[in-house]
Design a protein around this ligand. Structure first.
Ligand SMILES: Cc1cc2nc3c(=O)[nH]c(=O)nc-3n(C[C@H](O)[C@H](O)[C@H](O)COP(=O)(O)OP(=O)(O)OC[C@H]3O[C@@H](n4cnc5c(N)ncnc54)[C@H](O)[C@@H]3O)c2cc1C
Length: 416
């Protein structure tokens, strides 16, 4: 069923009785060509592009809970491609381009809103670093503009521009950055994959792998064993736990990241704003709530809730750059489990087990990567070759000394 203005009019006049469920609820079949573990954004986009771009339709997505129960429904919805390193920048620019055509592509309203992202800087050296990053972005075809203090003051008069401690000296502005409604992304990809024959099976946790003679032949699930030619892990915050079932130890730690939403306010923010002297970022939802967040909690956990010290830290960051936020009441907060890799960059690669693939290590930046991650993972699964823009996301890069350490901070997840 395609959505259109005419269809809405017709359904409105006939009691909304013609709408179909957005995807089927099939029982798992005994065997598939490709089984994807994890029905988050990345698993669903992989299934969608496998079917749409590579003609692989004998595919199942196995999801432990319900679609949208993981980080795809918990993130703060920011998209951007303002990366520095060669291993990252072209990949994230591919993702931003896919976001730009996504709603027409899967015929679903995901509220892609390119209102821009403003990274504030507070010292001359930080400004130099932003100029360098902006130039790197332009080399891969991305848009970037360096703004001076006066332009930022015109754009956001309510920021604390002259704080003696954190004066705003400039900003890196990416006009094509913005936000997207996160759960609609899961629903849109699920619908598109389902329409092309992919079985999306909810409440179907994978509990083990059938590995014989170094080859993966399928998975064990709570609904019984399922055979597959290829098995694709795509479980974000649960990556280490699921990989352990296949005897693998990943260079990944799981940490909780919290998000916060204030009461609804009149439109006040032009787009996304990030504070450069601490870890704080904020945007405004279409309902008016300020959506903001900061650092991970900093201890290993699989709990989807955080603790008060980080709440305090995030609110301090907000007050330092935008004192008016102290007048807004907090409406809700929650946490999600992040798969923090040791250099802050992801993996899209095969594993040492034949037929078993890995997509993981997205840290707090995996939402913006959803389209490109799915596209590149589907490319790897279907062709056996890494996609050009994802070729650096190798699992053996620590052994090879080819880390993609975007921030240059080493193996410290709290600093990536
Ligand atoms: C608070 C917060 C804010 C964030 N903000 C941003 C942001 O602004 N921009 C950005 O780019 N990124 C952001 N992120 C990061 C982003 O959300 C994640 O990197 C990304 O969503 C991870 O990929 P996913 O959507 O596939 O994960 P998920 O939605 O978590 O999908 C993984 C799925 O695997 C399932 N699963 C786990 N184990 C099993 C099993 N054994 N069997 C079957 N299924 C299993 C889980 O139930 C889950 O549904 C944020 C994350 C959080 C928590």
């Amino acid at each position: 069923m395609r959505y259109s203005a005419l269809r809405i009019l017709k359904e409105g006049l006939t009691g909304n009785r013609g709408w179909q469920p957005v995807w089927r609820e099939p029982e798992p079949r005994p065997e598939y060509d490709i089984v994807i573990i994890g029905g988050g954004g990345h698993g669903l986009s992989t299934a969608y592009y496998l079917a749409k771009e590579f003609g692989e339709r004998n595919v199942a997505v196995l999801e432990r809970g319900w679609l949208g129960s993981g980080n795809i429904g918990r993130n703060t919805t920011i998209i951007r491609s303002n990366y520095l390193l060669e291993g990252n920048q072209p990949f994230y620019e591919l993702s931003l381009r896919l976001w730009e055509g996504l709603e027409q592509d899967f015929n679903y309203n995901a509220m892609v809103s390119q209102r821009g992202i403003l990274n504030l800087c507070h010292s001359d050296s930080q400004r130099d670093a932003f100029v360098r990053r902006g130039n790197a972005m332009r080399l891969s075809g991305a848009d970037s503009v360096i703004l001076g203090p006066d332009e930022i003051r015109r754009m956001c008069p309510y920021l604390d521009h002259e704080s003696a401690r954190f004066p705003i000296t400039g900003a890196l502005w990416q006009p094509r950055g913005g936000t997207v409604r996160h759960d609609a992304v899961a629903w849109g990809y699920a619908r598109g994959a389902d329409q092309r024959g992919v079985d999306i099976i909810q409440n179907c946790a994978v509990t083990g792998f059938d590995i014989r003679d170094g080859r993966c032949l399928g998975v064990e699930t709570v609904k019984g064993p399922i055979k597959a030619r290829k098995v694709a892990m795509c479980v974000a915050g649960s990556s280490s736990r699921v990989a352990t079932l296949a005897g693998m130890r990943l260079p990944i730690e799981s940490h909780v990241l919290q998000a916060f939403v204030s009461e609804g306010l009149k439109p006040v923010l032009p787009g996304v704003i990030t504070f450069g002297a601490g870890h704080f970022y904020v945007s405004q939802s279409d309902k008016g709530g300020l959506v903001f967040g900061g650092d991970i909690d900093g201890y290993n956990t699989y709990a989807q809730r955080g603790n008060l010290p980080v709440v305090e830290d995030v609110c301090e960051g907000g007050m330092a750059i935008m004192p008016m936020i102290g007048r807004a009441r907090l409406l809700r907060m929650w946490g999600g489990v992040m798969d923090m890799s040791m250099d802050g960059s992801p993996f899209i690669d095969r594993t040492h087990v034949d037929g078993l693939y890995l997509n993981a290590g997205w840290c707090y930046g995996g939402f913006k990567a959803t389209p490109a991650s799915g596209y590149c993972y589907a490319h790897l699964l279907a062709t056996g070759q890494p996609h050009e823009t994802a070729r650096h996301f190798r699992l053996d890069r620590f052994r090879q000394g080819a880390m993609i350490d975007e921030k240059g901070v080493g193996a410290q997840p709290n600093l990536h």
